[in-house]
Write a protein that binds this ligand. Structure first.
Ligand SMILES: [Fe+2]
Length: 448
């Protein structure tokens, strides 16, 4: 592990990459794995092949996966996504010199989702990369050649229609933003240009049963930063901030833009319609990258945006003052009224002075305006936790939270499984992994 205190935070401690691709079916389990969990937990993250990267977000994608079945942990394996950077690790991410903007040049490092029988590794600047259910790379997935551009790492799979709604953004005019619709059977059936004034970093978006809502926030493409090889974006307050509400099912739909206070949001928690209103809960940063894109010097807190589409205004309310990220909900509540959200309480601003991602898991009961936590204990650091609902139940929080936990004393990680309805209780099972899993980004539970 890189313990140099001179290294940037994303190359230190448990942010540092691992270099072995491991496969093992010899896994120690503490507690008992629920027998209903028949599938795979896959999680993506940046793991630079060379050991170096200019920014946390620019390392090569590596998936860590655990297969659960009949109360057992069948295997753990980790694999890089074999993108063009695997062959040529020093290739520039943004190749201004050779004008190589191939949509396959993905780091594929941000999320991994399953839709229409494919497992897709996503990174917002390029097309998805498909992997097998044993983490072997299949190749770039451009939807039969229909997509030649970017595809967000945060598509939303609508529980009502099975469609995967998405968008792509870029920094070359004239089209900075495109709405994308993938049918329930996996065809890219709609690409609709959306007009926004400037090329902004749009990391995520929101859907409801009737609408999509874009977040045009003032983290704007910055050519000077692009020339340095780092994340080419900076906070430009003058750009303003606005939400774009669009009827999701009308081809000719216009976008209604509503101003909000400048801020940044990587991740919403959820969104839903209430008649003429749209409610969006987000992890909101007051700003992002005001002085360079290398560090996080602000923290995100839970806010609610109540959009009144008739009056044309947004009411912004802070709901909690804990630092949070990685909000997740039940997959079957995406875009629908919901009661429970889960997040990791962590302060990324602290990563500048600490090698850990120390934190707790928070459960929000938004109906009761209450929250509760799981404290993992001293020296045990969680990443994102995903909610997996128990099959056959309608109770929203009847299920489990799954995620990787890094144990600093042992310098290894485990897959922890909590009962989502019992905050504060110890994990019902932990699968001890043969190596540490570096702090990463997003994952999914994929039913068999
Ligand atoms: Fe993300």
């Amino acid at each position: 592990m890189n313990t140099s205190t001179n290294a940037p935070f994303h190359l230190r401690g448990n942010y540092a990459p691992v270099f072995d691709e491991v496969t093992t079916d010899q896994l120690e389990v503490r507690g008992s794995i629920p027998v209903e969990l028949d599938g795979r937990y896959f999680r993506n993250g940046a793991n630079p092949i060379t050991g170096e990267s200019a920014h946390w977000f620019l390392g090569d994608g590596m998936i860590h996966g655990v297969r659960l079945r009949e109360g057992r942990a069948d295997w753990y394996r980790n694999r890089w996504v074999k993108t063009p950077f695997h062959e040529n690790p020093t290739k520039p991410v943004i190749d201004l010199e050779n004008l190589d903007f191939s949509s396959e040049n993905s780091k594929a490092n941000t999320h991994v989702v399953s839709h229409a029988g494919r497992i897709l590794c996503l990174e917002e600047g390029h097309v998805p990369w498909e992997i097998s259910d044993e983490l072997e790379t299949v190749g770039p997935h451009s939807f039969d050649g229909r997509l030649d551009g970017s595809f967000t790492a945060h598509p939303k799979i609508c529980p009502l229609t099975g469609e995967m709604l998405a968008f792509g953004y870029g920094f070359l005019p004239p089209t900075y933003l495109t709405f994308l619709r993938v049918s329930a059977t996996g065809e890219l059936v709609q690409q609709k240009a959306i007009d926004i004034p400037a090329p902004v970093m749009m990391h995520d978006f929101n859907i409801t049963a009737n609408r999509v809502i874009f977040m045009d926030l003032p983290v704007v493409f910055d050519l000077d930063l692009a020339m340095t090889g780092s994340m080419p974006f900076s906070f430009q307050r003058d750009n303003g901030a606005r939400l774009g509400v669009m009827d999701r099912d009308r081809n000719d739909a216009n976008v209604q833009w509503l101003d909000i206070d400048p801020c940044y949001v990587f991740h919403p928690v959820n969104s839903y319609d209430v008649d003429d209103h749209v409610i969006i809960d987000v992890a909101r940063y007051p700003s992002m990258w005001e002085t360079g894109s290398g560090s996080f010097n602000t923290k995100a807190e839970l806010w609610r945006w109540d959009i009144d589409t008739v009056a044309g205004k947004v009411t912004e309310t802070q709901l909690d003052d804990r630092p949070i990220e990685f909000g997740r909900i039940a997959d079957n509540r995406v875009g629908l009224d919901y009661q429970y959200g889960y997040a990791v309480s962590l302060d990324l601003a602290n990563t500048e002075t600490s090698d850990s991602q120390s934190g707790t898991i928070v459960k929000y009961d938004l109906a009761a305006d209450r929250s509760s936590i799981w404290d993992l204990g001293e020296g045990r650091d969680p990443g994102e936790f995903v909610f997996v609902g128990r099959p056959g139940t309608d109770v929203e929080d009847d299920g489990w939270l799954l995620g990787y936990v890094y144990d600093r004393a042992e310098d290894r990680s485990s897959l922890a499984i909590f009962d989502a309805s019992q905050p504060g209780e110890a994990p019902i099972a932990e699968v001890l992994l043969p190596q540490r899993v570096p702090f990463g980004f997003h994952g999914s539970w994929i039913w068999d």
